[in-house]
Write a protein that binds this ligand. Structure first.
Ligand SMILES: Cc1cc2nc3c(=O)[nH]c(=O)nc-3n(C[C@H](O)[C@H](O)[C@H](O)COP(=O)(O)OP(=O)(O)OC[C@H]3O[C@@H](n4cnc5c(N)ncnc54)[C@H](O)[C@@H]3O)c2cc1C
Length: 383
């Protein structure tokens, strides 16, 4: 059995960040994934200012936007009505995950992580992982970065998430013949899904169009997606919708057990309002790796979880605030007040845009909302 200090399961943004950070410290790190890279992942691919900051911090180089589309204008719509178009906003980078994740994976391998990708896992115990072909790898710390259907979370807790309470997204790629990405803006549609939204994101060579929201209030998401495509002038019958779960604000208070840590989607670290997950995945990967490094330095692998939980406090606090705020944005009875305020108030529009761009943190946003709340409530009752 080959032994590692740290085994990372999953080589998406969380896993590659964890593996890169840990390998840079000189530890023996194995990076496992059932897929071979480059591989695709269903995602809008919006790479925010927050993502760019974490990328530089973790991978030790500035983000290279050359394989992304960069936009500095965005439109917000509600039920076929354009609420606002904002120009000269902070840059939005739109990536294809196949390219982005492959780059992150290559950085992790270049930092010294051992490439164990392309082989499926059949089982995990507290200090080893077994592959379908019977190979076993030992580890002192295991980092589960294996996404929303995490096999690591299932090993620890019996199941990854309750799929009825988390989110779900559907997407298609529109070809340039159907919608020329060069001619269309970045676009958000608030009414395209309940407790969620629709998006149209121009990329290099295609436009990613999708709808997503909490699963339970959207039993008809396929029909909502068809309507949304229709409203954009795209033919829903020409497309096969692809779907994926999204742990939309349903983070795990205890992300692991002793020497086994959960990161990214496996830990539910997704913004409950915007659905942003790449930045939180990379950051939690780094924090998990650092907790593992510190625990191994003290020769106490089982203390990794306590260290990791402490370092996650700020992110958890932010996601808790976001969960509360999302009621006044998404709850159907507040939608009228929200869109009315959004249309009238330049401050609210800028705040929302900065939120989407990953340029504002929730504690700051909560203060701004608290100042406006009395007028907001009044608007709701006037209606
Ligand atoms: C429709 C949709 C749109 C989204 N849009 C955006 C967006 O625009 N911007 C944004 O920031 N976020 C977005 N997100 C969220 C974002 O995609 C996730 O939060 C992010 O991918 C989480 O990264 P991760 O590394 O935790 O997991 P993942 O990216 O899911 O990576 C997990 C990896 O684990 C591997 N794996 C899984 N199971 C096993 C196993 N048993 N054995 C070995 N390997 C395994 C998988 O192959 C995969 O490579 C979107 C999500 C959805 C569903």
């Amino acid at each position: 059995m080959q032994n590692f200090d740290i085994l990372v399961i999953g080589a998406g943004p969380a896993g590659s960040a964890a593996a890169c950070w840990a390998a840079k410290s000189g530890l023996r790190v194995g990076l496992l994934d059932k897929a071979r890279f480059p591989r695709d992942k269903l995602c809008g691919g919006l790479f925010t200012g927050r993502s760019r900051t974490y990328y530089q911090e973790i991978f030790g180089r500035p983000f290279d936007p050359s394989c992304t589309v960069t936009r500095d204008a965005i439109e917000f719509w509600h039920d076929g009505v354009r609420l606002a178009r904002l120009e000269d906003v902070p840059a939005f980078n739109l990536t294809m995950r196949k390219d982005l994740d492959n780059t992150l994976f290559e950085h992790a391998c270049a930092a010294g992580a051992t490439d164990l990708t392309g082989r499926a896992i059949s089982g995990i115990d507290d200090t080893s992982v077994t592959l379908r072909d019977g190979t076993r790898f030992g580890a002192r710390v295991i980092i589960g970065a294996d996404g929303v259907n995490s096999i690591t979370a299932r090993h620890l807790f019996g199941k990854a998430f309750d799929t009825q309470t988390i989110g779900f997204g559907l997407e298609i790629e529109a070809t340039p013949d159907e919608q020329n990405p060069a001619e269309h803006p970045l676009r958000i549609d608030f009414a395209a899904a309940t407790w969620g939204y629709g998006w149209s994101f121009p990329k290099q060579g295609s436009t990613t169009v999708g709808v997503g929201g909490l699963r339970d209030p959207n039993p008809d998401l396929k029909a909502r997606m068809s309507d949304y495509l229709d409203s954009l002038g795209l033919d829903p019958d020409q497309k096969r919708f692809k779907g994926h779960h999204l742990p939309f604000g349903d983070f795990r208070e205890t992300p692991g057990r002793d020497n086994i840590l959960l990161t990214g989607d496996a830990a539910g670290l997704v913004d409950p309002i915007t659905g942003e997950g790449i930045a939180f995945a990379m950051k939690s990967g780094q924090l998990a790796a650092q907790a593992a490094i510190d625990a191994l330095t003290d020769n106490a692998p089982s203390t990794a979880l306590d260290r990791y939980k402490t370092s996650l406090r700020e992110m958890h606090r932010s996601l808790r605030i976001a969960r509360r705020l999302r009621r006044i944005i998404f709850a159907p009875r507040w939608q009228g007040a929200f869109t009315g305020t959004f249309r009238r108030s330049g401050t609210v529009r800028m705040m929302y845009m900065r939120l989407l761009a990953g340029e504002v943190e929730y504690p700051e946003l909560a203060l701004a909302v608290a100042r406006r709340l009395p007028r907001y409530v009044l608007n709701r009752f006037r209606r």
